[in-house]
Design a protein around this ligand. Sequence first.
Ligand SMILES: Cc1ncc(C[n+]2csc(CCOP(=O)(O)OP(=O)(O)O)c2C)c(N)n1
Ligand SMILES: [Mg+2]
Length: 308
Amino acid sequence: MSYDLQEIDADVLGVDLPREDRFYRQLYLIRRFEQKLLELFTNNMLAGTTHTSQGQEANAVAIMEALKLDRDMVWSNHRCHGHFLSYCGQSYRLFAEILGRRTGACGGRGGSQHLHWRNFYSSGIQGGFAAAAVGAALAEKDKGAVSCIFMGDGTMGEGSVYEALNFASLLSAPVLFVVEDNGIAQTTPKELGVAGSITDRARAFGIDCHHLASTDADEIFATVSPIVDQIRATGRPAWLHLETVRLGPHSKGDDTRDEAFVAELQKRDPLTVYRDRVSDPGALEAWCDEHIAHVLDLALKDDVACVS
Ligand SMILES: Cc1ncc(C[n+]2csc(CCOP(=O)(O)OP(=O)(O)O)c2C)c(N)n1
Ligand SMILES: [Mg+2]
């Protein structure tokens, strides 16, 4: 389905800003949103758990920039806040959703792992959306739409992913398969769970494969943009293996990695990598701080819980 771009919060996404400012605005917005989310858990205002994308924000920002948000489809996973915010900028709707308010993106019923907003979907079932991403790509192909699915390295063991690759290639579905490889699945290092090459995994299906190890939003955009153009032009799927970093725990407190190792990863923090490229990062940060505080306040005041 196609949507009017005005229904996406263009102001939050900074669509009128120069690209560098827009990228840094979004990188910082995602980080701030998720920091606030963690604070809500600490203050016992949220129950259950959450998966933050700290360290992986540049993937969301750069890939959404490469997509056409009025028609393309995005299939996200448990680590979805960055993808969602860069897709539509609906920070208020996302806070309200996670807080279980009726004003949330899905009426407060779905939370992070069952989001649906326009052409954006998230699922907590690893690889569970692979077939849907292919089917939707075929259904919308005549509209020139691309279907983009995000998966983690720990999802490479899901059989349904390979069924989806087979069909995507056989039927020529315009799908961008993105593997956000942060080197770990919850507490299991990639080396213990994934055999062979992630980069080359889709090659046997006759699908073009690409690889990039980067947390630099500009580099990721430069890589992904021609891939998306190629998918749209040919109607064929493509596979992108993106090596990235997970700066936080898997969910809230479950990080079993060596502290020195995690400290080393901080050097690749996508915000640090990007901050020097904008002329006034402080102004962009202040805008986001104020915006996030404002929408969280609004969502907290929405004391209309969802109807069960
Ligand atoms: C089919 C399925 N099995 C197990 C889980 C539990 N689970 C949630 S996230 C996760 C690890 C995912 O690792 P990865 O795919 O690398 O993504 P990351 O968390 O690193 O972003 C597991 C095992 C699940 N959600 N779905
Ligand atoms: Mg992983």
